[in-house]
Ligand binder design. Sequence first.
Ligand SMILES: *[C@@H]1O[C@H](CO)[C@@H](O)[C@H](O)[C@H]1NC(C)=O
Length: 248
Amino acid sequence: MSNCKIIINILCLIFIAKASSDEGYRGSNNFDVLIFTQRWPQTVCYTWKASSPSHTCSLPKEHDEWTIHGIWPSQYHKVGPQFCNKSMPFKPDALKSLKGELQEKWIDVEYGRTSYSLWEHEWKKHGTCAVVLKQLNSEVKYFAEGLNLLAKYDMKNVLAKVNIVPGQKYGTNAILNAIRKVLGKRGVVICRKNKNTGESYILEIRICFNKMLQLMDCDGISEYPTNCDASELVTYPSIVPRYNVVQV
Ligand SMILES: *[C@@H]1O[C@H](CO)[C@@H](O)[C@H](O)[C@H]1NC(C)=O
């Protein structure tokens, strides 16, 4: 075989591989569950600041509020699908009517630079996959549904019902049980560990919905039921934990 033919064959294989990897995503209804993720801004900020001395955070004006991370279509035991349609760019103008509320409740804690970066990221990575559902089939619907879910399932209220409040430490099981007891479904708790002190902080809580946006158990999703260290207490910090910038 001539070099030229070999190159053509290789290009052809690359093309086939690319086409089939896109295939799984195109107009993909290929997910089992919608994961609604709320994040605890104090821990997000801790992580961000610990990664570089130049980093600053935007925190909610109201103290002690959970903020939205995103609505993530997901398959069981997998991450994704993601980035489903490159022809659906993020359009800031589509969110004009929601902007004030999004700036309060879907906060770009880690950046504090460009006002759209978290929203743009969530839209491209997850929103473009969620559009196969009628309730989420546009940018404005995707973000409005996030606000709606936070209003309904705000973890501050859920946890407060069983006296889990910021400024204290709890066992991971106590937090998981609280979600199950108050909402009647099993969720996921995600922790961030302080590498210097070994202390764990609550970072995220994930709850799950079916394609009709009805609450369901999160059994079977990635990281279910937790990534926290079960033998240790988890801090629910009321202020941004002290951090040491990791020296490189
Ligand atoms: C991707 O988005 C574009 C623009 O909205 C749309 O015309 C197209 O049908 C979408 N592709 C799929 C496969 O859903």
